[in-house]
Ligand binder design. Sequence first.
Ligand code: AMP
Length: 220
Amino acid sequence: MRVVLIGPPGAGKGTYSEYFTKKYCIPHISTGDIFRAEVAKKSELGLKVKEYLDRGELVPDEIVVEVVKRRLSEPDTKRGFILDGFPRTIKQAQELEKITPLDAAIHIYISEEEAVRRLSNRYVCPVCGRVYNLTYNPPKNDLTCDYDGAKLVRRSDDEPEVIRRRYQVYYQTFSPIIEYYKEKRLLVEIDNTIGSDKGIPLLERILVDKGILRIKPCVT
Ligand code: AMP
């Protein structure tokens, strides 16, 4: 199952990734996570990319492609992989084709309004970091953490105006990539307004029916 995962903030990409990585033992490879870890380690690569991350700019294609190429040569990708945050440019998409064949580009989407509704309902505990959602996973008592009683707060990037901006920026970057995979007939789309509980089994069925998901679960 060699797939690229595309989804705007709040669409549920994290929940989908977690399900497939656990059930099928394939790695979730996020270029953003790789870069953040390298920056934290202050490695040579980290020092090279830090200024781009700090400015919110794209890391040059040559660097990202090299990182992905190296990561995809590791043995844990034998059964497949879920690439997240890559490719972000057509050049990266073309280079990826030279590295490995892809089975699908999966676009999990919700509307901008729905993204605002979901993410502005998200609260975190400033003490233990637990995440709550007032709709799906509310705290037992009003806006306080179930575990330590701390007053829950909203992350600054979960404010409605910031969510709208993140959503629009996401599609400015990824719309050409979605088009690219549509033309290649690799695009699989899931409207996750129905929620991940229903969306995940639906996607799994589609992937099996299309012959994209050919591996057996690694856990029972
Ligand atoms: P993300 O967590 O995917 O939003 O990525 C965080 C940051 O890492 C981005 O703002 C970019 O600076 C960098 N980055 C991650 N993936 C890529 C990519 N495919 N191409 C260029 N830069 C990237």
